[in-house]
Design a protein around this ligand. Sequence first.
Ligand SMILES: [Zn+2]
Length: 114
Amino acid sequence: MHEIGIMSSAMDSVLAQARANSASRVHRIVLRIGTLSGVDPDALRFAFDVVAQGTPAEGASLEIETVQARARCPDCDLEFGVASGFIFTCPKCERLCSELRQGRELELARIEIS
Ligand SMILES: [Zn+2]
């Protein structure tokens, strides 16, 4: 389960920010996860409980913002939503494209500490 590794590096930066601000508690963590990032939000929640244990982030609420994947057609410039895969077909001109505008996000959006 690679979510443990992902969560523990996210937790490293959360705790570093808390330390830098002399905060003793982390209240809220918001992650942005693209639908094509390959990360399972449920596994991420589980990983969070594991890696937060015994840290100032234990008991913090974890929010996951999902970013719907969208591709852009290089020919007609149309942006369209995609559900899965690596190659997408433009619904307008049927050209195949692989350029995602968004959907592979895997980032810390914001945290609340005190
Ligand atoms: Zn097109």
